[in-house]
Design a protein. Sequence first.
Length: 370
Amino acid sequence: MCSSQDSKPYDILIVGAGLFGSVVAYRAINAGKRVLVIDRRSHTGGNLYCENSDGIAVHRYGPHIFHTSDADVWQWVNSIVEFVPYINSPIANFKGKLYNLPFDMNTFFQLWGVTTPEQAEEKISKQRAEYGIGTPQNLEQQAISLVGTDIYNTLIKGYTEKQWGRKCADLPADIIRRLPVRFTFDNNYFNDTYQGIPRGGYNAFIDKLLQGADIELNSDFFARRDHYTSLASKIVYTGEIDRYFDYCFGELQYRTVSFADERIERSNYQGVAVMNYTDSETPYTRIIEHRHFDRSCTAAHTIITREYPTEWSAGSEPYYPIADSRNSALAEKYRALAAQCSNVIFGGRLAEYRYYDMHHIVKKALEIEL
């Protein structure tokens, strides 16, 4: 299944016009290579793609905020287009009561009425001790061992179970290796030094990266695999790794998300870009109000999107790898097989079956040998 390296019309075929593929394309083009990029969707950008709704950039596949503490990565993306600083400060809605995220002194005051870091630390420590966990065996125990029962029951449990479609007691502990707890009044969700969104949106960013490449959209690599493989001496593959190898070890599992948009004829619906619904009864995990990602937006209307996580099935979009023991072991087998393909580069969330933030993707795409 690894392609041969005969004389071909392109130096590199990139399967998938998302972030990883687009960064690799930019590097290859600037190195003088002939590049063909194909994507089965009708647009480039992968999950970064935005649609314009009368002046509002709608993040079609969920919101994306670029954040990193890597100065080199930040400088590189800003060399393509300017990234406008943006601080993500989501709100949690638990049965009609609102709480700041991440867990900080604002949250602790809203939960318990405490006003000092000492009071908050004492509250959390007491709850952790009362629960009496040794070595956490599942996500529920892990979360409570980190933040106590009140934060877990109010802000973690319902949201997480909707996100993964499983009880927290049935999820592995290492899904949550740490939970950010701040004993300051700081609503900045990310700890990273640099945070922002491209001026002009992610479409402008991707368009710059792909300048000079030949692009074929609505093109399924697997529908014409022999044809596409014959076109280039090297392949950069960003799709599902198990599909590339014809599921020879079995299918990997994912969670997917469905999006329900609503146009509202007023300029402000919820006053924040992201509101998480952390109770178990609300069927969606969050509501995104897209206009708040762009302070320059002057539209008289607003667009909101409700997100509904669901089980992945054939034909639906795979979003999140499921990092349980079964899938982790299976993924390792596929990665070992991929390592034997000297002229195929596997990169990105799906091709590596790993959860990556955008800055991880950019860094990996900048470091691979072309």
